[in-house]
Write a protein that binds this ligand. Structure first.
Ligand code: SF4
Length: 201
């Protein structure tokens, strides 16, 4: 069973993450925007959670320069620019109640930017991402998150068809790198924002 929210927030803080908690995504959006200066450049990883939060629109209204490959219309790959932004937003595929975000990436841009590049990073998670233990994190990612992401991307992975991971081969595989983020990088401000709503996959 997943630990109580107060314990999870304490575990995040104990590890050195800046732990934030909001009851609703509207509160979270307000709380996050209060911490972002219009002069800061912002990178965003592929994240349904960030999309559902409405962060892109608010940052655009505020005048931030944003590098997000989901919305960019330049025709260029802006993911390297996102990696060099002042602030980076993404989600995790699972958040262990021990205070450790876990991600599995196919492209690696999000995993990399979480711990290298941007000066500050915000990892935003709904409570649906909470799990107890590493095995549960991997189980969630492989059999809950990945199948939905594969369908969203119209990929024909086995998990997209059956909702079950078969540890498919390298040609079609989305799961290429796994990061268990146990402690934030030294001298790098890393926020974990937990929201008491179901957000993303
Ligand atoms: S390894 Fe393959 S089948 Fe398993 S979750 Fe990843 S993409 Fe899906």
């Amino acid at each position: 069973m997943v630990l109580p929210i107060e314990t999870i927030l304490a575990n995040l803080s104990r590890r050195g993450f800046v732990a934030e908690y909001y009851e609703t995504k509207e509160d979270a959006l307000q709380g996050i925007m209060a911490q972002i200066s219009p002069s800061e450049t912002v990178g965003i990883g592929g994240s349904m959670t960030v999309k559902e939060l409405g962060l892109f629109d608010e940052l655009t209204k505020q005048g931030n320069t944003i590098f997000w490959h989901w919305t960019d219309k330049s025709g260029q790959d802006v993911r390297p620019k996102a990696l060099l932004s002042d602030v980076y937003f993404c989600s995790a595929n699972a958040l262990m109640d021990s205070g450790e975000p876990v991600v599995i990436d196919g492209g690696g841009n999000r995993a990399a930017a979480m711990f290298y590049g941007p000066k500050r990073c915000f990892i935003v998670c709904g409570v649906n991402k909470l799990v107890h233990g590493y095995d549960a994190a991997i189980e969630r990612i492989k059999n809950v998150a990945c199948p939905q992401n594969a369908r969203r991307l119209n990929m024909k992975t086995p998990c997209a068809i059956t909702d079950k991971c078969t540890e498919c081969g390298p040609k079609q595989r989305m799961c290429r790198v796994t990061v268990r983020y146990s402690y934030p990088m030294t001298n790098r401000e890393t926020h974990v924002v937990l929201i008491n709503e179901k957000l993303g996959f």
